[in-house]
Design a protein around this ligand. Structure first.
Ligand code: ZN
Length: 476
């Protein structure tokens, strides 16, 4: 693809596929469909992001652990809804090259069954509760639909899954609130906007009582799930016999929750924050925060390169991830290359900057250029990092809000969707029957409802007083 032919909004799919490879995030040429190679540049951004979430989980009292990747088939099959829900996409290991194994193992598509087998051994008494654990691991799901780099894959390489066990339903409900708070902070820290919806009952996670999903809207105006928070109730506890002795000596099953986020968040971040030139990383997760471009003229090479080295050293000493582009490329080619990769700030240094003790800065989001004195460089960079982040975050929320539309009838919902896509919300009485009819009549998918948001008007199906808005759209 030619420089300048990228169009994020009018041809998102082409833009996305080009950018994630050209910017060295991933390489999709490995010969297993849906399994990607993460290149150092992309992997660094992913790790920096996941660390924010891991730190948040720890702040809120979770501990990190590790559980094995293989699940014996009989353990996996203990919770029937879960088995049913994941049966189509779970890989099975049944042999070595030479021989058939004595029993079948499954590759974890998520780790409920792996962890809860152990929970049943660990939990005896109320004194063992609550348990709040997480792990960041790869999981495998045989996606039958089209795979998309990072967004829909068969090996999810960084699945951060938290699992908790509690004494009462009330405690589990509190945990759900805490998980939502943690995820809000996490997405806020990435500058991403989100909509939090309670999943329709007929789409609830296999084996769960209820769940909430975080949604963002992609540049092609389809909704994408960023993360899920799930109340498992006692279903797994009963299937895995996870009982504890209460303070009064009697026994009860524990109440459980789980919640997960994956590398998909980076795919969404690239899509939502990027522009026609490529990626725009917020500085705190940018693998390279500052790229220094020498602009030497004949006779000034030595002085220019020396100043570049001095600036690089100063930035590194101050904890800034910086690099100099000393390749043979022209300055224009270098700008294009690093803009595509989303480096938040470019520092240009030419002979005039050497003479005047200045540097020229260009911020990636607005491409605004400014000249600052050498001694102002560090404070100016920190100021720019913050301004870029605030700008990306503001734009992301504007994007989400301008793509949620309200309709008061099925016909109107269809008409708005035809014209504008995005997410449509319609008044709903709250009954499953009407929710499913809304999906059928509009040929859109139900995303859920916000229990805190009271609706006005009448249910678009039955005409009874609406309780909530039912959100519909097309999902990734
Ligand atoms: Zn109704």
């Amino acid at each position: 693809m030619e420089s300048g032919s990228l169009r994020k909004y009018s041809n998102f799919s082409e833009w996305y596929d080009y950018v994630v490879e050209a910017a060295d995030i991933i390489d999709k040429r490995y010969p297993v469909k849906g399994m990607l190679v993460w290149k150092p540049y992309g992997y660094k951004a992913l790790k920096l992001s996941m660390r924010i979430l891991e730190n948040l989980l720890e702040e809120y009292g979770h501990e990190e652990a590790y559980f094995p990747m293989l699940v014996p088939e009989e353990v996996f099959a203990k919770e029937k809804d879960f088995l049913e829900g994941f049966s189509g996409e779970t890989f099975v290991v049944e042999r070595t090259i030479r021989k058939v194994l004595m029993r079948k193992f499954l590759l974890r598509p998520t780790s409920e069954t792996v962890m809860y087998y152990m929970f049943s051994l660990w939990i005896q008494s109320y004194k063992d509760l609550p348990i709040k654990l997480f792990q960041t691991v790869n999981v495998f799901r045989y996606e039958t639909e089209h795979t998309r780099p990072i967004l829909r894959v068969r090996e999810i390489i960084m699945f951060n899954e938290a699992h908790t066990a509690h004494e009462s339903l009330e405690d589990a409900n509190k945990q759900i609130k805490e998980a939502i708070e943690i995820y809000k902070k996490f997405f806020d820290s990435l500058g991403l906007s989100y909509l939090i919806l309670k999943t329709p009952k007929w789409d609830t996670f296999a084996g769960a009582e209820y769940n909430f999903d975080f949604f963002e809207i992609m540049p092609d105006k389809r909704a994408i799930e960023l993360g899920s928070v799930i109340n498992l109730g006692q279903k797994f506890a009963k299937a895995f016999d996870i009982k504890y002795q209460k303070r009064d000596g009697s026994y009860e099953y524990v109440y459980q929750t789980c919640y997960g986020v994956s590398e998909r968040v980076i795919g969404v971040l690239i899509s939502v924050h990027g522009d026609d030139r490529g990626i725009i990383f917020p500085a705190h997760i940018a693998p390279i925060q500052v790229i220094i471009i020498p602009i030497p003229y004949k006779g000034s090479e030595e002085a220019v390169f020396k100043k570049c080295d001095d600036i690089l050293l100063k930035l590194k000493q101050n904890g800034i991830r910086a690099r100099i582009d000393k390749t043979e490329n022209t300055p224009g080619e270098k700008y294009y290359y690093w803009e595509l990769r989303g480096v938040p700030v470019r520092v240009e240094i030419g002979p005039r900057d050497v003479r005047n003790n200045t540097v020229t800065l260009v911020r990636r989001d607005t491409l605004k250029r400014m000249v600052v004195k050498d001694e102002e460089l560090l404070p100016k960079l920190n100021e720019l990092f913050k301004e870029i982040f605030d700008n990306l975050k503001k734009k992301s929320w504007e994007w989400l809000n301008q793509n949620i539309h309200t309709a008061s009838s099925v016909e109107e919902a269809k008409e708005i969707y035809r014209e504008k896509q995005g997410i449509i919300k319609v008044p709903w009485c709250g009954r499953d029957e009407c929710g499913q009819k809304i999906e059928e009549a509009t040929e859109l998918e139900g995303l859920g409802h916000d229990p805190e948001e009271k609706a006005e008007g009448a249910c678009v199906i039955c005409g009874k007083e609406a309780k909530w808005y039912f959100y519909i759209g097309k999902k990734y």
